[in-house]
Design a protein around this ligand. Structure first.
Ligand code: SF4
Length: 123
C-alpha cells in the first residue's frame, strides 16, 4: 500500500489546486476531497505522480456534481459552516477545495470513475 507524505499531500493536492491553501499555515483537518485522493493513492488506484500535471478547468465545477457531492462533500467536516461552494447560495465564481477540483479533473480525463469514488467514500 502506498501512502503519501505530508509534503506530497500538499505538493500534489493543496498547492497546485486549492485556492484556500496558504503556505506555512497549519490546518488541523484536511477537506474530504483531499482525503479521498489520499485514499485512492493508498489503494493503488492512483499514482501520486499522476496528480500534479493537470490544468484547472473551471467549467467542470461551475455547479455541484451529484456524484462528487454524495461521495465526497457529504462526508466533509467543512461542508456545514465553512464551504461556500456547497452552500445554498454560492458566491459567483467560487471554487471548491483542491481535492474536489483534482477529482473532477481526473474523472473528466477518465483516470477515475464514480465506482472508484464509491469504493473509498465511506472508509
Ligand atoms: S468542496 Fe467543500 S464540502 Fe466538498 S470536500 Fe471540498 S471543502 Fe468539503
Amino acid at each position: 500500500m502506498e501512502s503519501m507524505s505530508k509534503s506530497q499531500f500538499k505538493g500534489y493536492i493543496c498547492r497546485p489546486y486549492c485556492v484556500f491553501f496558504r503556505e506555512g499555515q497549519k490546518e488541523a483537518m484536511a477537506c474530504q476531497g483531499a482525503q479521498v485522493v489520499e485514499r485512492l493513492v493508498a489503494q493503488g488506484r492512483l499514482k501520486p505522480e499522476a496528480l500534479a500535471r493537470h490544468q484547472k478547468h473551471p467549467p467542470l465545477w461551475q455547479r455541484q456534481d451529484a456524484t462528487l457531492d454524495a461521495s465526497i462533500c457529504q462526508h466533509c467536516s467543512f461542508r456545514l459552516k465553512d464551504c461556500d461552494f456547497t452552500s445554498e447560495n454560492p458566491p459567483p465564481d467560487c471554487e471548491p477545495c483542491g481535492g474536489y477540483i483534482l477529482v473532477s479533473l481526473l474523472m473528466a480525463k477518465g483516470m477515475l470513475t464514480s465506482d472508484d469514488l464509491k469504493e473509498v467514500a465511506l472508509e
